[in-house]
Design a protein around this ligand. Structure first.
Ligand code: MN
Length: 293
């Protein structure tokens, strides 16, 4: 039998909570499951499982709020999200699109359903990750990477049984477009029923994956249904992850080098010490993060 990476836990979605009035999310971590230290550099994962929104005349989303000390990565699978920030960036995350926003030294932003989508309604499914920044990069200037589905690296499986879209890092020599401040591999894996993909994981990196569509079999042993998250064990050996699609499936693969530093979090700020948190709150209250209508 192949040397497969061992699974720590297969986690069902915890009850959903609303973020503003636009995002009905299952917080897999850090609140839902206290696994964030085993998922570092990923600190938070909010998952809006596929739901249908009725047409609406009023905006749906989260109004102006600050962030500092990390990056928000938003991936849209269904529906469209419009956003704007106090660094002057704005845009629409379309289906399959990724917004990789570095809050860094601090900014304000807002996140809403895109207006025509809000008016027409329809299926909505998205993931937002908070990616921690190493202390030496916590105060980098804000940055915004708008990555369309067509911008991702593409590795096509044999017999066209699926595709591995590379958002960050690389897979079999195919590089993803996202620039990151610590080593991260983020893969949007889309398999046809019966398709298989083997991913060699780095034994020193943390690893988890989310099933967004269909169902998969992992490592020729464990079945994972839709909307479930898989946390893998830390390991000393090189090892592979084998994902087989029991039906047409979409999987988000998250791997990264852990940031082994103290953490201090309060609301939308993620720093290393409580002094830095207090400073972030003072900066926000004094208007240092700029202005956004
Ligand atoms: Mn936000």
């Amino acid at each position: 039998m192949a040397n497969y990476r061992k699974i720590e836990r297969i986690l069902p979605p915890v009850p959903a909570n609303w973020v503003g009035n636009g995002f009905k999310v299952h917080n897999f971590f850090p609140s839902g499951y206290r696994i964030h230290s085993m998922m570092s550099p990923f600190y938070l994962m909010d998952y809006n499982a596929r739901i249908e929104f009725a047409p609406s005349d009023s905006p749906r989303g989260v109004d102006v709020h600050p962030h500092k000390g990390f990056e928000t990565v938003t991936i849209a699978y269904h529906g469209k999200i419009a956003h704007a920030d106090s660094a002057g960036n704005y845009g629409v995350i379309g289906e399959g699109g990724v917004q990789w926003m570095t809050a860094g030294s601090g900014l304000l932003h807002k996140e809403f359903h895109e207006e025509s989508f809000q008016k027409e309604g329809g299926y909505f499914q998205m993931v937002q990750l908070w990616v921690n920044l190493p202390s030496k990069h916590k105060s980098v200037p804000p940055r915004y990477q708008d990555i369309g589905h067509e911008d991702k690296g593409i590795f096509t499986l044999e017999k066209d049984m699926g595709k591995c879209f590379v958002i960050a890092g690389e897979y079999k020599g195919v590089q993803g477009p996202a620039k990151t401040y610590s080593p991260i591999r983020m893969l949007d894996i889309r398999l046809k029923k019966g398709g298989k993909i083997e991913v060699p994981s780095n034994p020193h990196y943390n690893l988890g994956l989310l099933v967004l569509k269909g169902a998969i079999e992992l490592n020729e042993s464990e079945n994972v249904p839709v909307d479930h998250f898989v946390l893998f064990k830390s390991t000393a050996d090189n090892c592979d992850v084998l994902i087989s699609a029991a039906e047409d499936a979409i999987v988000l693969y998250l791997e990264g080098e852990p940031i082994k530093e103290p953490l201090a979090q309060y609301g939308p700020f993620l720093m290393n010490t409580s002094e830095e948190l207090e400073e972030a709150i003072r900066e926000f209250q004094s208007g240092k993060y700029g202005h956004l209508e």
